[in-house]
Design a protein around this ligand. Sequence first.
Ligand code: SIN
Length: 524
Amino acid sequence: MVCCMCSRSVQILSRQLKLSQLRVFHIAMDTVPPAASGVRSASSFLFDKAFVNGQWVTAKSGSVYQITNPSTGKTIGSVPDMNADDTQQAIEKANAAFLRWRETTAKERSLILRKWFDLTNQNKLELAKLLTAENGKPLKEAIGEINYAAGFIEWYAEEARRVYGDVIPPTAASKRMLVLKQPIGVAGMITPWNFPSAMITRKACAAIAAGCTVVLKPAEDTPFSALAMCQLAKEAGLPDGVLNVVTSSRDNAPSVGNTLCASPIIKKISFTGSTVTGKILLQQSASTVKKVSLELGGNAPFIVFDSADIEAAVQGTMVSKFRCSGQTCVCANKILVQEGVYERYVARLAEVMKQELRVGDGFDDSTTQGPLINSKAVDKVESIVEDAKKLGAGLLYGGKRSDKGENFFEPTLLSNVTVEMRCAKEEIFGPVAAVIKFKTEEEAVAIANSSNSGLAGYFYSQNLSQIWRVAEKLEVGLCGVNDGLISAIEAPFGGVKESGLGREGSKYGIDDYLEIKYVCIGGL
Ligand code: SIN
């Protein structure tokens, strides 16, 4: 286990990396207030091993890969580059642990989760610093994410004790008919880099609360937040083998994913990420007929009707579009504005973007827009903007790479966007607001629903009949009405169409980790 940068493992690592690279994490930490006395430092949560069966482990091959800070491009540290063999071993440990964990009472599981929640809260700032270092999001946003992550731990500590079965009125006087809910077994999970902590607790804590055990592969770019969570879970008393984290580079990720999906031991797969990968995992899970939940890409419509409160709509756009520099699955993607308010909305949005958005390192207090996750993401956003410009979109703000560094792109406002442009058809996943003008409600709903995705959708209107009509017609799993930030621990998160299967969070989130067993007692 590596708890601090002066530990033995880091000394070994220092022989492989330049000293200047090794210091980056400390330098980044120095730009924010130090930990208060008695509080653990962020670097004490930096682990360079994977976590299997309660132990900090290397890859069997001994391989490691390096994680870079997307703001600076400098190395933060390294983690094991695990493969199918390592994953198989973790699955077996999780299976052995499942036999014990499923026998615990709901209250025992709840108390451990509660302790984990308390520890997460106590170390909030330090966990947030780690998250900013590996993901790049502004520290204030990272603190928000740790609150969100902790909230899921707390929620599932509570939900653990609310898993009720049923008693069915029997079909004969001599029978009793019951429904039991039982943990499904070992769950395999693959989590994304845009929410390196919250997506872990949203999935893993539901499983753990239900009595399942977990083998989780965090995103290649952001393993440190996942490993820090393991440490706190261990301190909270989570037994060995209940939560296992297998780290791997992009090269090994497909074999780790396939091992999880094809394993007959794994009874459930939960994945958040791209639609392309989700479809592959779904196919790979078919051979063992496992339950699969998928939180995949979106192309969220954000509709502003003539009756809307324009100031509220602009504020809603800001929060929906620019959270995590536009890299959330629920970000406003195609912004549809009715012709009567189009000019006013676009002018005000441009003004607010100029006033409020500041690009920079997430550790800088004034930053609201961190980097994109890597240079490939910047290339994609740049090509989407170029496509729109070529096809006639107006550029009202930004539009190019930022001079802050390789992974930064300027917040951008495109007007007169049409449905043929890539920014309307594809998930942008970057800080680009693409505004389309429309005439009628029917036209807006048709454009909104024209996509294969259906995760989030938003609209602004003061017309009550229109609110009901459009909320019911939008083909999405999450619908924001006069609100741009709707994700909540208490609310079900998930999509329709190719945006996925299943729901996470809320009272529904635990269902995917439970099997329903019907028991009929006859001859009474
Ligand atoms: C996402 O999955 O990108 C969004 C997560 C959330 O808002 O809960």
